[in-house]
Design a protein around this ligand. Structure first.
Ligand code: TYD
Length: 148
């Protein structure tokens, strides 16, 4: 069984983050990309949501999670994700449905520069829980820096 391949163990020095090449089946009819719960990104998928009809000038995210793990895939179009673990910040451009960005706990993220019609598919390890969010950057930074 082929599973997702981690091509970059960390995004710069931002942890825990990783770009994952998805299992792909390509033929003359098109492409099929696979995400298997637990195997592809290492966590059980309990929730799926997607961002669509996003205004190209909008930004999303602007928060971090205490425990949630996510795999974010640009299933259509492209967008940028800035990740910040409280010590380092890196920007990634997701522009292909065959790759996903894993983002673990305690990483502030911001999604921006959506191409027209872009769709961001998010596979998440936990059900929705507002108590898992950091919505204030100062609070996130305080706790993220205390952890190391
Ligand atoms: P939020 O996570 O802030 O979206 P984004 O990171 O894309 O900017 O969520 C936006 C709103 O949707 C907020 O009111 C919470 C709600 N929401 C749910 O009710 N369930 C969910 O699974 C998600 C992801 C959001």
């Amino acid at each position: 069984m082929t599973v997702g391949t981690i091509t970059q163990a960390t995004v710069g020095r931002v942890k825990p983050c990783a770009l994952i090449d998805l299992e792909q089946h390509n033929d003359e009819r098109g492409s099929l990309s696979v995400v298997e719960s637990e195997w592809t990104a290492g966590f059980p998928i309990r929730r799926v949501y997607y961002l669509h009809d996003v205004d190209t000038g909008s930004s999303r995210g602007g928060h971090a999670h205490r425990a949630l793990e996510q795999l974010i895939i640009a299933v259509h179009g492209s967008f940028s994700i800035t990740v910040d673990d409280g010590f380092a910040r890196t920007e990634y451009r997701l522009d292909g449905a065959g790759q996903g960005l894993y983002i673990g706990p305690m990483v502030w993220r911001n999604l921006s520069d959506f191409s027209p019609g872009a769709v961001s598919l998010v596979l998440a390890s936990l059900h929705y829980d507002e108590a898992d969010y950091y919505r204030q950057y100062d609070e996130f930074l305080h706790d993220a820096r205390r952890r190391r």
